[in-house]
Design a protein around this ligand. Structure first.
Ligand code: HEM
Ligand code: PLO
Length: 483
């Protein structure tokens, strides 16, 4: 008798024909919180039906790691949906593209291009420091004129310029029209794509175009115009001898396949694939990092004592005579712990991107069928009361070792970037950006809400990324940085 004998289907929510478990999912709470609370009735791993689609929900780290790491390849598939197909021309990108040789090739190409840039990470560091400098100049200018500022667009411009440099070897000035258009189409996409909106649950609803789908299509069209323009420019002055950016790296791979008498399409390097890969990196590079920076500032405003302790650490370890650099990371453990805590308490992608089982398999003692979707509820992992004391309290101290001198990983229930074959491709870039942008700004400014205004909400707006609210901050230059 093998262990398989004990396999059984997971507990499941009630389901009706056609509408599936929709009646049990009616709620005014966002999906990650609803899925977390359903554990009380069904246990940490359960299944439900979205229309005719079976979905497995995983709310505990042991099963999450079985899916992502131990059986990573078996669960590396992605589902198609109406909205992600609009965004990615039918899954021709990395994040929403199914497991395939093409997907693997594009991950490898991006990874290689980002590493090349990194050569000792010096040149990415230089780009991020330039943008930190420019960000600080804008904040300083507002502060000197006594103006409060919505930091959101400023942080977004800074991270956009970093990813623009890496993807397209270009950057934007404040107020640039193309940047403005990018900010607004990207928000439109974040608001509409991959939400398990009715269109995604009932594919036949697309015959009745709804407002979300219209908005998404318009925003994607605007994005595609921008991507196409960059692509045409790069093709026009492409050279085999210089690789300026990610787009050049992809073009080089495409040319080399073509020189070997393989058609670009056969090699997985059609124009569509190249454009969608750059679109992913550009989109992921902007929306994720900008979102975390906004959450970080929001929490620092709520917890001024944390802000003060980071600044004291900066004063001690970096001082006033120079700006922070990547090599300071090791000696600023409290800042590092704060970044980890922000990523815990408000994970950018609280449900990751749904995975798909590529074969019949199992999770724990539960059977999983080929084609089932698997949603890892990162929110549940990061708010598990057995793993995290008072999970809704923001406390960077949890990520410090006992004597407070170095960072620590207090629980295995922590996966802000996912894990395994589908792990985030931008983890090290994102961490470097978070560290540099936060250390540069906190060295110079103290952030607070303008006098008399309420603190910004910590609730977050659920979508393909979990977004903080918009609000204005007051920046006070620190001693030695008054201009
Ligand atoms: C995927 C988190 C920044 C590129 C993911 C996933 C998570 C994640 C949770 C999904 C993993 C899964 O489905 O199992 C984050 C966080 C970031 C961040 C918290 C910032 C702090 C970035 C950046 C880039 C990027 C800067 C681009 C350079 C990607 C890509 C995927 C991905 C391409 C899809 C991977 C695949 O499906 O094979 N990220 N990410 N991310 N991320 Fe990130
Ligand atoms: C963000 C809006 C852009 O206009 C398009 C885009 C591309 C890639 C997506 C990203 C959006 C949101 C965050 C995603 C990323 C791929 C990986 C990343 C989903 C929709 C995460 C956090 O998983």
């Amino acid at each position: 008798l093998g262990p398989r004998v004990h396999l059984r289907p997971p507990p499941h929510l009630p389901a009706l024909p056609i509408i599936g478990s929709l009646l049990s999912l009616r709620s005014d709470r966002p999906p990650h919180i609803l899925f977390q609370s359903l554990q009380e009735t069904y246990g940490p791993t359960y299944s439900l039906m979205l229309g005719a689609q079976r979905v497995l929900l995983v709310n505990h780290h042991v099963h999450a790691k079985e899916v992502l790491l131990k059986k990573g390849k078996l669960f590396a598939g992605r589902a198609r949906s109406v909205t992600t197909d609009v965004l990615t021309r039918g899954g021709k990108d990395i994040a929403f593209g199914d497991y395939s040789p093409t997907w693997r090739l594009h991950r490898k190409l991006v990874h290689g291009a980002l590493c090349l840039f990194g050569e000792g990470t010096a040149s990415i560091e230089k780009i991020v420091c330039q943008q930190s400098q420019s960000l600080c100049a804008v904040v300083s200018e507002a502060a000197s004129r006594g103006l409060d500022l919505d930091l959101g667009p400023e942080l977004t411009r800074a991270v956009t310029n970093v990813i623009c440099a890496l993807c397209f070897n270009s950057s934007y000035r404040r107020g640039d029209a193309e940047l403005q258009s990018m900010l607004s189409y990207s928000q439109g996409i974040v608001d509409t794509v991959a939400k398990d909106s009715l269109v995604d649950i009932f594919p036949w609803l697309q015959m009745f175009p709804n407002a979300d789908l219209r908005l998404l299509k318009d925003c994607v069209a605007a994005r595609d115009r921008l991507l196409q323009k960059k692509y045409d420019e790069h093709k026009a002055d492409y050279s085999d001898h210089v690789q300026r950016d990610l787009l050049d790296a992809l073009l080089r791979a495409k040319r080399s396949a073509e020189n070997n008498n393989t058609t670009a399409a056969a090699a997985g390097l059609s124009d569509d694939h190249v454009l969608m890969t750059v679109g992913d990196i550009f989109g992921a590079g902007v929306e994720t990092t900008a979102t975390v920076l906004k959450w970080a500032i929001t929490y620092l405003i709520h917890y001024p004592q944390v802000q003060k302790r980071i600044q004291e650490e900066l004063d001690r370890r970096v001082g006033l005579d120079r700006t922070p650099q990547v090599s300071d990371r090791g000696c600023l453990p409290y800042l590092e712990a704060t970044i980890r805590e922000v990523l815990r308490i408000r994970p950018v992608a609280p449900l990751l991107i749904p995975h798909v089982a590529l074969a019949d398999t199992s999770v724990g003692h539960f059977t999983v069928n080929k084609g089932d979707r698997v949603i890892i509820n990162l929110w549940s992992l990061h708010h598990d009361e057995k793993e995290w004391k008072n999970p809704e309290i923001f406390d960077p101290g949890r990520f410090l070792d006992t004597d407070g001198s170095g960072p620590a990983l207090p629980s295995p229930s922590y996966l802000p970037f996912g894990a395994g074959v589908r792990v985030c491709l931008g983890e090290s870039l994102a961490k470097m950006e978070l560290f540099l942008f936060l250390s540069w700004t906190l060295q110079r400014f103290t952030f607070s809400v303008p006098g008399g205004r309420p603190l910004p909400s910590l609730e977050g707006k659920f979508g393909v990324v979990l977004q903080p609210p918009k609000y204005e901050v007051h920046a006070t230059p620190r001693a030695g940085w008054e201009s």
